[in-house]
Design a protein around this ligand. Structure first.
Ligand code: ZN
Length: 670
């Protein structure tokens, strides 16, 4: 073709030659344009979730005093959904809804550490079956699939969990990762899987409290640190989008950015999130950039939901949808063919988090300019005249109220029965939960068995308490124990019978070594809430610290009766029994502990000590044998070994073990 063109050039004049060159350039360009057209292969899909981001704190959502260039740029290339809502103000429930297209009541992950049942299809699994490489990059241990988010890793080839054993006590790397680090992890993984298609989920946790943006954001936004965190998260998004562009993947990919929930920032007296269902925590940014920047710059004003995202992706990728989806595709809102849909969708909201404090759970319906909140004292807002939800217009006979209430009961009737398996979390996990500012309970899940939630206190009457409790948890995590103590005492001034504050205070004194004070607070906490397994465990520790072994036994037994799978409580109860010279009962506890953690050497050593005390030398030697190999420098093990051998009359072995113990002790001396 090129040769033919050249021969024509030689035959024609200069003008014709020019025209032909232009034609040739156009033809060549059309060829290369064809190759750059979106191929028929599946596009990459990138889901970025930003934690705790209020829609009205983002520049492209109309918030002037902030710079969010990455979000703004993505909105220019894609579609901005101005009215998008999460069904839950809690991270795990909300993310599970994004990843399944289901409401929390459907998928059942309404609390931390509740396993996502394998019967619900998930985003990553659906795409993996289409040949996608799938990777998840989380910014907080709260979404770690090894403890707080079991089952959320289904379908991911790689799920970037936190190290099981933290390398340091710092917040970073143990509880949280900065957004830029998360983006870096995702980019490293994508580099090792250059051939697509990819589905990567990237989670930026930064705007979650405590607000601690790195410089220069800590300086620029020093009076508005929450905004500073959003700007930092935006910079992490910028980093990730720049990477996609550099790789040449951006153009042909679907990029979704969505918030998991907002932040109270003091509205309705809620400082953070989780308790209420007001727009401050339920309205989130949602931006979708489609393949080839289709519909670039479009703004959809209709009310939509984060459960609608997965159904949209399913439609775009033309994959067959799961049997149940609570959301619906957002494609009808785009002007692809014909008139776009403008009617908003009914938004359901729910939170069970108040139940962790012993308060009523909440449910809400938002639509047609109104919001109804089901609570012990119900609420009804006319959002058209009262967008900040300040004037409660609830009247039981109001027709709209009745209509909204009917929507809730209709939804309830369609919900699958609640999963009975509650999330059982370990003690160390509970500590992490508290470090993140969430209330932990060893008996997580028992809260969901409340017979009549409307009889519980209304969270509206308790929100100040919750703010203070949250503040105390963060202060404790940061080692500011006197501040935590003062805050908790303030809670008790508001209501001296707040079991959570009593328990927290008891725990604080326990760690400070004031066992008498700790025992007093914890006893009080248990009188108010006898089903609190955690308070009973702490009381057992405090009484043991005081030397009240009989009291400790009672408290620990009560705790284990409420929640039997508590390894540390078993281990301590065994020691208490040994102290009480009840070797039989002590042995039972250590054996039960070993059933839970067969590799635990501490439990094994305690069992050996007990068997030695009861004179069952052969059994004790059986426990000690493996320990001599795993802890060859532990003098006590060889001393016990010597005692065991001499108990069995094996003089030579006893002397050998005694000799080894002596050497070890001598080496240990400085
Ligand atoms: Zn969250």
């Amino acid at each position: 073709m090129v040769a033919m063109l050249c021969s024509r050039v030689s035959l024609s004049g200069m003008q014709a030659a020019k025209r032909l060159i232009i034609l040739w350039v156009m033809w060549a360009a059309s060829l290369s344009a064809q190759s750059a057209q979106p191929s028929t292969s599946q596009p990459d899909v990138f889901l970025v979730t930003i934690d705790t981001i209020r829609a009205d704190h983002v520049h492209c959502y109309g918030y002037g005093p902030i710079q969010t260039p990455a979000l703004d740029g993505l909105a220019k290339d894609g579609v901005l959904f101005a009215q998008a809502f999460t069904p839950s103000p809690i991270t795990n429930a909300s993310h599970t809804s994004i990843l399944t297209g289901l409401l929390p009541s459907t998928h059942g992950v309404t609390d931390f550490a509740v396993r996502l049942a394998s019967t619900f299809p998930v985003w990553a699994d659906l795409l993996k079956k289409q040949g996608y490489h799938t990777g998840a990059f989380i910014g907080s241990v709260i979404l770690d699939s090894q403890n707080f988010a079991p089952g959320l890793d289904r379908g991911f080839d790689f799920y970037d969990n936190f190290p099981k054993v933290a390398q340091n006590k710092s917040r970073w790397g143990r509880l949280e990762r900065r957004g830029r680090d998360v983006a870096q992890h995702a980019e490293t993984w994508l580099n090792t899987h250059p051939a697509g298609p990819h589905f990567a989920w990237v989670h930026f946790y930064d705007p979650h409290d405590p607000y601690d943006p790195p410089p220069p954001y800590s300086q620029i936004y020093k009076d508005r640190l929450y905004d500073g965190e959003i700007v930092y998260a935006d910079s992490a998004l910028a980093d990730f989008l720049a990477y996609l562009k550099k790789k040449g993947w951006y153009e042909n990919s679907i990029v979704i950015v969505v918030g998991d929930h907002g932040e109270g920032l003091g509205e309705h007296h809620e400082e953070t999130h989780g308790i209420f269902l007001y727009d401050s925590t339920m309205h989130v940014p949602l931006i979708i950039k489609f393949r080839g920047q289709r519909q670039a710059g479009r703004v959809v004003e209709a009310q939509v939901r984060t459960t609608d995202i997965l159904p949209t992706v399913i439609e775009l990728l033309k994959i067959s949808p799961p049997k149940r989806l609570d959301g619906e595709s957002l494609i009808p809102y785009l002007a692809l063919a014909g008139t776009p849909e403008t009617t908003g969708r009914t938004v359901f909201g729910e939170t069970d988090y108040p139940m962790r404090f012993g308060w009523a759970p909440l449910r809400s319906v938002r639509g047609e300019g109104f919001k109804f909140i089901e609570a012990p004292r119900p609420e009804f807002y006319d959002l058209r005249s009262d967008p900040r939800e300040l004037t409660n217009n609830y009247a039981p006979w109001d027709e709209t109220v009745q209509k909204f209430r009917a929507l809730l009961s209709d939804l309830r009737s369609k919900m699958p029965p609640r999963p009975t398996s509650a999330g059982a979390v370990s003690t160390s996990t509970i500590d992490e939960l508290k470090a993140l500012g969430y209330l932990g309970r060893a008996d997580a899940g028992s809260s969901t068995n409340v017979p009549e939630p409307s009889l519980l206190p209304d969270p509206k009457d308790k929100i100040e308490e919750q703010n203070l409790l949250h503040k105390a948890m963060i202060a404790t995590e940061d080692g500011r124990s006197s501040e935590a103590r003062a805050v908790l005492e303030k809670v008790l001034e508001l209501d001296p019978k707040t079991p959570t504050a009593l328990r927290q205070l008891g725990e604080l004194e326990l760690h400070a070594g004031d066992y008498a004070k700790a025992a007093e607070h914890l006893k009080h906490a248990r009188e108010i809430r006898p089903d609190d397994a955690m308070a009973a465990f702490y009381e057992g520790q405090a009484l043991n610290g005081e030397g009240d072994l009989a009291g400790a036994r009672e408290a620990l037994e009560a705790s284990l009766k409420l929640t039997s799978k508590q390894f540390p409580a078993r281990l301590l109860l065994g020691q208490v029994y040994l102290g009480l010279k009840d070797t039989k009962a002590a042995e039972d506890q250590f054996e039960a502990a070993l059933l839970m953690q067969p590799q635990n050497e501490e439990a094994r050593l305690w069992l050996a000590r007990t068997q030695m005390a009861s004179g069952t030398f052969a059994e004790a030697l059986r426990q000690l044998e493996p320990l001599t190999k795993s802890q060859p420098d532990n003098a006590e093990i060889f001393e016990l070994l010597a005692q065991g051998y001499s108990g069995l009359g094996k003089k030579a072995e006893a002397e050998r073990a005694e000799g080894r113990a002596r050497t070890l002790r001598k080496n240990r001396q400085p």
